[in-house]
Design a protein around this ligand. Structure first.
Ligand code: HAM
Length: 420
C-alpha cells in the first residue's frame, strides 16, 4: 500500500519551507509596523459559527466545509476562514472592553475548504489575515488595505491591482436585494438549482455562481452601486479620498460582491496582473463586516479585515520572477579525517553551535573530497579541517572559502574570527 499526501494538500519540503519562513517573517514585521498583534484560535469551531457568520447559502458553507461529529456528538468544522473565529474570540474575551480600540489582530493559520484542486487553490492553505474590530471609521478601512498592499510591496511584487466596491449598509442591501429578485425571478428556471434556492434565501449570491456565470442576465443584473443610500455613498467617498491621500490607486468594480455573507460597505480584492499567473488571480480579499458581532451574539462591534494565502503570495512571486532573499548559507563546515579527528570535530561543532554559529559536519565517514563537496553545496563560508596532527596540537585548519586562504587557529580563535 502506498500513501500519498491528501488531494488538495501539499508537503512543504526544505527547498520551499524557507520561502514560507521569509514570507511569514515579512508579514510579521509589517504587522508590527502597523501595530497589529497576533491571535491564535483553534483549528476547529462549532459548525454553527460558520453557518451564521459566513452564511448558509455561500459555497463555503454549503459545499466546502470539513464538518464532523466529535465523540460527544457535537458538530464541529475545520475552520474554512479566520474572521468568524476571531470575532467569536473578540466577543468571548470581551475585547470590546479593552482600553485600546479598535482591537487590531492578525493571524497566519491553516484554513480548510473542500474545493476542486487547481493552481492556487488548495484544500488546506495558510491564510494571513487581519481583523480591526471596534471602529466604523473609513480611515481604518484605508489602513487595512494599505497593510495588505504593503506586504506585497515588501515582498517585491509589482504587478498587482486593488479592486474596490461598496456593498452599502443594510438599508441599501435590502433595496438591492429586491431589485435582484425582480430581475432574476422571470427567468429563474434557466438557472441552476443552487441559484433557484439562492433567489429566495440570498439573491446576491447568484452573482458569484460559477455554473451560471455566462448567463446574459448576469451582465444586466442591477448593480449595488445604484442602490447605495446617502450614508453608504458618503462612507465610500471618504474611503476613496483617504486612499488617494495615501497614494493608493484602485479600480472600481461594481460586480465585486465577495463570497461571504458578513460583508457590508467596503469590499476589496487585490489581484495579480502578472503574465503567466494562473486562472485564479485574486491574491487577497477583504471587507467590512459591521453586524457580524451581533449575528453571533455579541455587542455592536464594527470590523474590517482581509485574508490572503501564503500559497498565492508565493505563486505571484514566482510569476513575477521575484527571488526571495535566501541568507541561510552555512557559516562553517567541519571536515574531519580519522576517528580521533571526528571526535574532536564533534566537540568543535558543538562549541560553534553554542556560540550561535551555523555549523554542520559529515556523519557518513566520507573521504575529504566528498566532505569538501558538501561544504560547497551548503555554501559554507568557512571550512575547518581537523586531522590527527591538529588533534595533537589542539588547533584546526581554517579555510576562507570565498578568499581561498587558510590559517591554523585554536578553537577559541576560530569562534572569535567567525563571529567577526
Ligand atoms: P476569502 O476571499 O474567502 O475571504 O479568502 C481570502 C483569501 O484566501 C483569498 O484571496 C486567497 O488568497 C486565499 N484563499 C481562499 N481560498 C483558498 C484556497 N482554496 N487555496 C488557496 N488560497 C485560498 C476570507 O476568507 C475572509 N475571511 C477574509 C476577510 C478577513 N474578510 C474580512 N476579514
Amino acid at each position: 500500500m502506498k500513501f500519498k499526501v491528501p488531494r488538495g494538500t501539499q508537503d512543504i519540503l526544505p527547498s520551499e519551507s524557507w520561502k514560507w519562513q521569509k514570507a511569514e517573517q515579512l508579514i510579521r514585521e509589517t504587522c508590527e509596523v502597523y501595530r497589529y498583534s497576533e491571535i491564535r484560535t483553534p483549528m476547529f469551531e462549532q459548525t454553527e459559527l460558520f453557518q451564521r457568520a459566513v452564511g448558509d447559502t455561500t459555497d463555503i458553507v454549503s459545499k466546502e466545509m470539513y464538518t464532523f461529529k466529535d465523540r460527544g456528538d457535537r458538530s464541529m468544522t475545520l475552520r474554512p476562514e479566520g474572521t468568524a473565529p476571531v470575532v467569536r474570540s473578540f466577543v468571548e474575551h470581551k475585547m470590546f472592553g479593552w482600553v485600546d480600540q479598535p482591537v487590531k489582530l492578525y493571524y497566519i493559520e491553516p484554513m480548510f475548504r473542500y474545493e476542486r484542486q487547481q493552481a492556487g487553490r488548495y484544500r488546506q492553505f495558510v491564510q494571513f489575515g487581519t481583523e480591526a474590530i471596534g471602529s466604523a471609521d473609513p480611515a481604518i478601512d484605508a489602513e487595512v488595505i494599505a497593510l495588505a498592499l504593503e506586504v506585497y510591496k515588501r515582498a517585491g511584487l509589482k504587478d498587482i491591482k486593488l479592486v474596490l466596491n461598496s456593498l452599502g449598509d443594510k438599508e441599501s442591501r435590502i433595496a438591492h436585494r429586491d431589485a435582484l429578485v425582480a430581475h432574476f425571478t422571470p427567468h429563474i428556471d434557466e438557472f441552476c438549482s443552487d441559484c433557484q434556492n439562492r433567489l429566495e434565501k440570498n439573491p446576491l449570491r447568484i452573482l458569484d455562481c460559477k455554473v451560471d456565470r455566462e448567463h446574459p442576465l448576469m451582465k444586466t443584473a442591477p448593480s449595488l452601486t445604484d442602490y447605495l443610500n446617502d450614508e453608504s455613498r458618503a462612507y465610500f467617498e471618504a474611503l476613496k479620498e483617504l486612499l488617494t491621500i495615501a497614494g493608493i490607486s484602485y479600480e472600481l468594480d461594481p460586480n465585486l460582491v465577495r463570497g461571504l455573507d458578513y460583508y457590508n460597505h467596503t469590499a476589496f480584492e487585490i489581484m495579480s496582473t502578472a503574465q503567466g499567473f494562473g486562472a485564479i488571480t485574486t491574491l487577497c480579499g477583504g471587507g467590512r463586516y459591521d453586524g457580524l458581532s451581533e449575528e453571533i451574539g455579541g455587542p455592536p462591534a464594527p470590523g474590517i479585515g482581509f485574508g490572503m494565502s501564503i500559497e498565492r503570495l508565493l505563486l505571484a512571486l514566482e510569476a513575477e520572477q521575484v527571488p526571495l532573499a535566501n541568507d541561510d548559507a552555512l557559516d562553517v563546515y567541519v571536515v574531519t579525517l580519522g576517528e580521533a579527528a571526528k571526535k574532536e570535530g564533534f566537540h568543535v561543532l558543538q562549541k560553534l553551535r553554542s556560540a550561535g554559529i551555523r555549523a554542520d559536519m559529515d556523519y557518513l565517514d566520507r573521504k575529504m573530497k566528498a566532505q569538501m563537496k558538501s561544504a560547497d553545496r551548503l555554501q559554507s563560508k568557512w571550512v575547518t579541517v581537523i586531522g590527527e596532527e591538529e588533534v595533537e596540537q589542539q588547533i584546526v585548519q581554517l579555510k576562507n572559502m570565498a578568499e581561498g586562504t587558510q590559517q591554523s587557529v585554536t578553537v577559541t580563535e576560530l569562534i572569535e574570527l567567525i563571529k567577526g
